[in-house]
Design a protein around this ligand. Structure first.
Ligand code: AMP
Length: 561
């Protein structure tokens, strides 16, 4: 079976295809969402998800999160003295998802479709693929997140050609994609986004508002105070949509501070964030050559699209109601599972062709004659523009710039700057041309970019017909199969906790944190239940442990309210 995986910045999910359609597989704690958080302790035990997140306030040096943002870079994360790359941390999330799914389905899972943001470049896609391999998964295909969402919404089944915009506001990132369904081809037409805008920013606004109203300042707070503040702000943010007003409280310096916050106040405070949302929407429409009124459907994905101020803003912007029939957290994973079923050629799903766009401009360095006889070198000449549908092939003719020039060098670059030096260097080709007066000889430079992100560069001398070719695969950061195997073995020493054990750890961690935050009778009550649970754990009787854990959990829920 090929499963579908949404490897998200904040949360990850795994789904599979059943006779009734795609379904999310719950994790070991019975939850559909597994936070993309990893913690490794001194002994090399790995915690993934909720437990790792809980460890944040007690052992911050052992926890990593939002590493998806650094995917494909050399950034190193040190957890309890061990060093990991972003793809290795991601591989631990994948491993946990895989193990949970295997336990749930009772069969081994070896193949997956993994979703990636549409704007992920070649390097980031390759790193994602390696993360899969490190987790023991063959990555059958990578699907772009908006395409997966569109597939899950069933839009590929429409009989009419349709244009839609996928609005994805996650925890820390914001992506807008414009897709078009044309016959049975589902095509990403344009992508735009803001890598540093997401639900967390809306939480930060809530926290700031609370501080302002209470006359407190973040500078005077300890790290633990701040973590607590953000947790309370997150809760307030989630409930303000339903209730129109919210009372946020915070235990600070042994005193409970309370503030009432209205939806109107909150919306005003979020004004700047809402304005920031507008830009990528405009940019993606411009890149696709469309107007707002050309969009037939707006799909919402990402947890932060649950915020009513975001929804209201979108209704005003698009003058239509977005399609919200799907759970915004699950659409991408479900779409990836459907794509897995398509790959397996399951009868229940219609095969559609999914295409993608090139997320950065590919071009070369040229010399520009800006007035007769005056040249400026080091300029960038785009050949395949950003957001061109791939596979794509474009040719640009370049002329000699000096008399008796006998060679033309084509430097292959990726990026958006007008200046070659600011763009990423991918490789180069040199070709001989017959000598002559400047401007007489020319070469045709053809870039061909295929669906697997392989770029082929061909340079052909116009007068002689002589040509030279080069294929640029992923750039550096490549690992051989042997290297992957070796690192896999190293990582295999780090054990993910057994399921039962993990549930117990999570409850204890939560209890310890809440004990620290509580006072007086609340503390006593927590202490009583924690002690009882610890005693049960020491005795080791399975049923007794379960009862004590449930009792403690219930107290934690009550106290949390
Ligand atoms: P994602 O990365 O898609 O899982 O999105 C996570 C973001 O969605 C976080 O910033 C959450 O605070 C936010 N979120 C989740 N549920 C809600 C909700 N009911 N109301 C507002 N924001 C939410």
């Amino acid at each position: 079976m090929i499963v579908g995986i949404d490897l998200g910045t904040t949360n990850s999910l795994i789904a599979y295809f059943t006779e009734e359609g795609p379904k999310v597989i719950p994790n070991r704690l019975g939850k559909n969402l597994t936070p993309s958080v990893v913690s490794v302790d001194e002994e090399g035990n790995v915690y993934v998800g909720e437990t790792a997140k809980e460890r944040m306030s007690l052992y911050p040096d052992s926890v990593a999160q939002t590493f998806k943002r650094s995917m494909g870079t050399e950034r190193a994360y040190t957890l309890s003295g061990r060093v990991f790359k972003p793809e290795e941390l991601s591989s631990m999330v994948l491993r946990a998802l895989k193990e949970d799914a295997e336990a749930y389905l009772g069969e081994e899972i070896t193949e997956a479709v993994i979703s990636v943001p549409a704007y992920f470049d070649d390097k980031r896609r390759k790193a994602t693929k390696r993360a899969g391999e490190l987790a023991g998964l063959k990555v059958e295909r990578m699907i772009s997140e908006p395409t997966a969402a569109a597939v899950a919404y069933g839009l590929y089944d429409k009989t009419q050609d349709t244009r839609f915009l996928v609005f994805d506001l996650g925890g820390g990132t914001f992506d807008v994609s414009i897709l078009e369904l044309y016959h049975n081809i589902l095509e990403v037409r344009a992508v735009a986004g803001d890598n540093y805008l997401g639900g967390e920013d809306f939480t930060a606004v809530m926290a700031k508002l609370f501080l302002q109203k209470s006359g407190l300042s973040l500078q005077n707070m300890t790290e633990k105070d701040q973590i607590r503040l953000y947790r309370q702000a997150e809760k307030a943010k989630r409930s303000i949509s339903d209730e129109g007003t919210v009372t946020m409280s915070l235990l600070y310096q042994e005193e409970v501070k309370e503030q009432k916050i209205t939806a109107k106040e909150y919306e005003e405070a979020c004004e700047e964030l809402l304005m920031k949302i507008r830009e990528p929407v405009k940019k993606s429409l411009a890149d696709a050559g469309l107007r707002l009124s050309d969009i037939d459907d707006v799909l919402l994905i990402g947890g932060a699209t649950r915020l009513s101020i975001v929804r209201d803003f979108l209704i005003r912007l698009f003058r239509k109601f977005p399609d919200t029939k799907m759970n915004p957290d699950e659409a991408v994973a479900l779409g990836a599972a459907i794509q897995g079923a398509m790959k397996e050629r399951r009868e229940e799903v219609k095969e559609v062709i999914l295409t993608d766009v090139c997320s950065f401009t590919l071009g070369t360095e040229v010399v520009v004659e800006y007035e007769e006889g005056r040249f400026e070198d080091g300029r960038f000449c785009p050949i395949i523009e950003r957001n061109t549908v791939i596979p794509a092939s474009h040719t640009e003719r370049l002329y000699t710039v000096r008399d008796n020039q006998d060679k033309v060098r084509v430097r292959v670059l990726q990026g958006e700057s007008r200046f070659a030096r600011n763009n990423l260097y991918l490789g180069e080709l040199e070709i001989d041309v017959p000598k002559g007066p400047k401007g007489q000889e020319a070469v045709d430079v053809t870039y061909t970019y295929d669906i697997n992100s392989l770029l082929e560069v061909e340079v052909k001398v116009v007068s002689t017909g002589f040509s030279q070719k080069m294929i640029i695969k992923g750039q550096d950061n490549q690992m051989t199969e042997e290297e992957i195997k070796k690192r896999m073995e190293e990582l295999a020493y780090l054990k993910i906790q057994p399921r039962d054990y993990e549930e117990n750890r999570l409850v204890l961690l939560r209890a310890e944190r809440m004990y620290e935050e509580a006072l007086g009778d609340h503390r006593k009550k927590l202490d009583h239940y924690i002690t009882a649970f610890e005693a049960a754990l020491r005795r080791g009787d399975h049923d007794e442990i379960q009862d004590a854990r449930e009792a403690l959990n219930q107290v934690l829920e009550e106290e949390d309210d």
